[in-house]
Design a protein around this ligand. Structure first.
Ligand code: CA
Length: 229
C-alpha cells in the first residue's frame, strides 16, 4: 500500500512514517498543500492522509479542489479540530474518514486498512484469489493454506496486483506502489521482485502484457519452486 502523508508537523510526520513503514507500508511525506497537489498528479497512491492546518493552504481547500478535479483517492483527515461542524465540513469536502489528534498509530493503521477495503468494495479483510489468500493487515500470505514468506516489496507488489484485479498496471504504476519517492530504485529491481513473486506463488501469478505492463494472473500452488533449468 502506497500512502501519501501531508503533514507540516515534523515530529508527528516522522512518527507516522516510521510506524507505517514498520508495518510494511510505503509512505511519502510532504509538508505543504502545494507539494501534496504535485504528488497526487505525479504518482499513484492508495490513500492520502491529510492534515488540515497546513502552512500554505487549508487542507479542506486542497481536498475540495482535488475532488472537483475528479480525484477519487481515499482521503483520511488528521486534525485537532473536533467540533461537529469541523467534521461535517471535512466529510462534505470529500474526506472518507476523520481521525483526531492525538491518536494511536494502531488506530491510524486500522483505519487505513478499513478505508482501502471499503473503497475496494470488500467487506472482509482477506483478499482471496484462487488458492491464494492475502491479509492486508497482517500481510500474511497463504498459498493452498500454506504460509508463504514474502519480503516487504513483494508484499507491496502482490497487494497492488490484487487490488487492481483485472487491470493492466504499467511498470511505473507498479514502481509507485512498491517504492517511495526517496527510495533509490535499480532499473531491474521490479523485475527481480516479479521473479521472486512468481517463484513463490506460481509462475502464472504475474502476467506480462507485452508493451503495456503486468496484470494479476491465476495463483497456482503446483507451479511454485525452483524453475526448471
Ligand atoms: Ca498542521
Amino acid at each position: 500500500m502506497h500512502i501519501l502523508l501531508c503533514e507540516d508537523d515534523d515530529l508527528i510526520a516522522s512518527g507516522i512514517v516510521a510506524g507505517l513503514n514498520a508495518q510494511g507500508l510505503t509512505v511519502d511525506h510532504v509538508a505543504t498543500a502545494a507539494a501534496a497537489r504535485a504528488m497526487v498528479l505525479a504518482a499513484q497512491f492508495d490513500v492520502l492522509i491529510l492534515d488540515l492546518g497546513l502552512p500554505d493552504e487549508d487542507g479542506l481547500t486542497l481536498l475540495r479542489q482535488l475532488r472537483q478535479n475528479g480525484l477519487e483517492l481515499p482521503v483520511l483527515i488528521l486534525t485537532a479540530r473536533d467540533t461537529v461542524t469541523d467534521r461535517v465540513a471535512g466529510l462534505q469536502a470529500g474526506a472518507d474518514d476523520y481521525l483526531l489528534k492525538p491518536f494511536d498509530l494502531r488506530e491510524l493503521s486500522a483505519r487505513l486498512h478499513t478505508l482501502i477495503r471499503r473503497v475496494a468494495g470488500r467487506s472482509v479483510n482477506l483478499i482471496e484469489h484462487g488458492c491464494l489468500t492475502y491479509d492486508p493487515s497482517s500481510r500474511e500470505t497463504l498459498l493452498a493454506g500454506q504460509p508463504v514468506d514474502l519480503s516487504r516489496r513483494e508484499q507491496a507488489l502482490l497487494h497492488a496486483l490484487l487490488h487492481n484485479h483485472g487491470r493492466v498496471l504499467s511498470n511505473e504504476q507498479l514502481k509507485d506502489s512498491v517504492y517511495g519517492f526517496g527510495d533509490e530504485v535499480e532499473s531491474n529491481a521490479l523485475n527481480v521482485h516479479i521473479h521472486h513473486l512468481r517463484r513463490k506463488l506460481g509462475h502464472t501469478i504475474v502476467e506480462t502484457v507485452r508493451g503495456l505492463g503486468y496484470r494479476l494472473g491465476p495463483a497456482d500452488a503446483k507451479s511454485t519452486g525452483p524453475e526448471a533449468p
